[in-house]
Design a protein around this ligand. Structure first.
Ligand code: ZN
Length: 94
């Protein structure tokens, strides 16, 4: 199946290895895409794990999962990638 992040790649060759902790994203874009896929899958642990330490609260896992499952994820569009900044649009329906 194609990946949730709209990369047009296979899930198993895109975000899955990151979500399953088999490898780590090497670019900001990969990280951002994998976080989007984690939202689609309702994987709160991955979201918290990949949040910068200062903003990380383990209690957020449940809240994130609740939120992620309360909306319909429609797609991801990467607009611009430069150094460590990724500009993107995530589409979802409330
Ligand atoms: Zn992906």
């Amino acid at each position: 199946m194609t990946c949730y992040c709209d990369s047009k790649k296979e899930f198993s060759e895109c975000c899955e290895p990151f979500l399953k902790n088999r490898s780590k994203p090497s670019t900001t874009e990969q990280l951002m895409r994998s976080r989007y896929s984690a939202y689609v899958l309702g994987d709160g642990y991955y979201i918290v794990k990949t949040t910068v330490k200062e903003n990380r609260f383990e209690d957020d896992v449940e809240l994130i999962e609740e939120y992620a499952k309360s909306v319909v994820w429609l797609g991801l569009e990467v607009l611009h990638v430069e150094d460590n900044i990724v500009e993107f649009k995530a589409y979802y329906k409330d």
